[in-house]
Structure formats: C-alpha cells, structure tokens
Design a protein around this ligand. Structure first.
Ligand SMILES: NC(=O)C1=CN([C@@H]2O[C@H](COP(=O)(O)OP(=O)(O)OC[C@H]3O[C@@H](n4cnc5c(N)ncnc54)[C@H](OP(=O)(O)O)[C@@H]3O)[C@@H](O)[C@H]2O)C=CC1
Ligand SMILES: O=C([O-])CC(=O)C(=O)O
Length: 261
C-alpha cells in the first residue's frame, strides 16, 4: 500500500519541525507531497529542503490530492482554506484553532467534514488534557478557565503591549476576559485558549487571564475546570513553541495507530 500523502500549510518555525520529524522517521506511514506558504521564495526554499512541491495557492495544493493537510500558518489561513481542504477530500490538522471561536464557522467546517467523511483534528498545541476536559464536560456542566504567563516582550505588536511593560519588576495582569475576546486581539498568541474552550465550556464561557512576567522565558498555561464530580488543574510550561509542532506529529501518529490515545 502506498504512503499517506501529507501536505503542509505554512513553512515557518513549526512546520519546519514537522517536516524534519517526518525526515527523521517519526511518521513512517506518511510522505510529504506539498507545501503552501505566503511568500513564494520561502515556500520554494522549504519545498527544496524537504523534497516536496511548492504550491502557489490552495487549489494547486489540493490538486496534489493530500490525505492529510497540517496547518501551522494563521487563523486567516484556516478561515480561508478549511472548507476547500475538506471538500477536496483531505483531513485537516489545525494549530490556528482560534478560527473556531466563531461558532457559525465552526459548525460550517464540522458539517463540511461530515459531508466529505473527513476529519478535523484539533492539535493539543502548547497545552493538552483535552481528554479529561471533554470527559468532565460530559458528566455535568463545568466551569473552565485558562491562565497564561508570558514574557513582556512576547506581547510586542499586540494591543496589550505598552513600553512600561518592559520595565515591570513584578508580574502584571494584562488581560482578563473570555477566551473569545482574547483570540480577537491576540490571533497568534492564544489559539491554545480556544482549543481548551472548545474542549470544555466553550469560547464564550471559558475565562482567560494573561500575566506579563518579567524575566520569564517561554509560555506557561494553567487550565482549571470544575464540574459536579470532577475538578482538574493542568499546568503546562514550554520553553519554546516547538511543543505545538510535536503535537501535530503526535496527531498524525495517532490518526494511523492501531492503539489510539
Ligand atoms: N495551538 C497552539 O498551541 C499554537 C498555535 N500556533 C499557531 O501556529 C501558527 C504558525 O506558527 P509558526 O510556525 O511559529 O509561525 P511562523 O510565522 O514561523 O510561520 C507561519 C507560516 O505560515 C505562512 N502563512 C501565514 N498565513 C498564511 C496563509 N494565509 N496561507 C499560506 N501560508 C500562510 C507564513 O508565510 P510567510 O513566511 O510568507 O509569512 C509562514 O510560512 C501561528 O501563527 C499560531 O497561530 C503557534 C504556536 C502554538
Ligand atoms: O506558543 C504558545 O504558547 C501558544 C500560541 O502561540 C498560541 O496558542 O497561539
């Protein structure tokens, strides 16, 4: 039997890790066939490094008939391409989960996947524990929250950044609200919050707070849920966002594994 055809959307930091993991033998069932980026030179360079086709647009990518398409690009990419990917007969692995904060879009993508007998896989990204969140939410209504610690500099080029943040000497809360409000202002920083919310109390009902912590390196998330019988607290620290790429590798392994987690 031939290998499962994998296409990638995004040719940046995370998909470089995914493509290297494939090269290093973590995904022996798959072959990388194509990549779609934004900048054509970067896309071509990535394709050359990894021995696959550089595609200029989503139609060219889908023309390669991928079985799985893994996204590490942007919320906009998921908004623009998801339905084309599913209608084209590919499963979809998503990291820019923030796109699904929009209920109507989420339902549309869900229906498109079902109609095409394909699946959308929500990668655990920089957090995890979605199994326990989903299980608890089945048993009773739950409350859910996610707290994030980030370095002040990591908030640059976002509405939460002020120059004063670079001089703080104690942690400072910079955001408090719902996960839906958080992703609207931080589309590249809190996809984890929407993934957590979709697995628990929903984007409108899951609360989020973000603290800027001086001298902090990496990201730390604390997820807390409370149901009638189940309480869970999950703390996930990652020094870099590489964990998100490896979570895609884990999804791809799980999708073809005889024993499924
Ligand atoms: N769920 C999670 O836990 C996490 C999710 N993420 C998400 O993953 C995304 C990728 O992260 P990372 O690899 O570090 O980012 P990079 O900026 O390194 O790479 C992003 C890549 O996607 C490409 N891209 C962006 N928009 C589009 C588009 N519309 N169509 C095609 N290609 C596109 C970029 O192209 P170009 O180079 O031309 O700009 C670039 O190649 C982030 O934007 C973030 O939203 C990140 C970390 C954790
Ligand atoms: O890397 C992280 O910690 C999380 C992130 O960017 C996201 O959720 O979009």
């Amino acid at each position: 039997m031939g290998k499962i055809k994998l296409a990638l959307i995004g040719c940046g930091y995370l998909n470089e890790i995914v493509a290297n993991a494939l090269k290093d033998g973590y995904l022996p069932e798959y072959e990388l066939i194509a990549v779609l980026g934004k900048d054509s030179n970067r896309t071509k360079a990535f394709a050359e490094r990894h021995g696959c086709k550089a595609c200029a647009d989503i139609d060219e990518l889908m023309g390669m008939k991928p079985d799985f398409t893994a996204e590490a690009a942007s919320v906009k990419a998921i908004q623009e391409y998801s339905e084309t990917i599913l209608n084209g007969g590919s499963n979809l692995v998503v990291l820019s989960i923030g796109a699904f904060a929009d209920r109507e879009f989420y339902e549309r993508v869900k229906n498109t996947a079902a109609q095409n007998k394909r699946r959308v896989y929500i990668a655990s990204g920089a957090v995890g524990g979605f199994d326990v969140l989903r299980t608890a939410a089945l048993m009773s209504p739950i409350t859910a929250s996610i707290g994030a610690q980030k370095a002040p500099a990591s908030l640059k080029n976002t509405p939460l950044f002020t120059n004063e943040l670079m001089d703080i000497t104690v942690p400072q809360q910079v955001f408090s609200g719902t996960t839906k409000e958080a992703i609207a202002i931080l589309p590249t920083k809190v996809n984890v919050a929407i993934a957590t919310a979709l697995a628990s109390a929903g984007p409108e009902n899951t609360t989020m707070n973000i603290k800027a912590v001086p001298g902090f390196k990496g990201d730390e998330y604390k997820i807390e849920i409370q149901g009638e019988e189940v309480r869970a607290e999950l703390n996930i620290y990652s020094r870099t966002s590489a964990i998100a790429a490896w979570s895609v590798v884990e999804v791809l392994q799980n999708a073809v594994a005889p024993i499924v987690f």
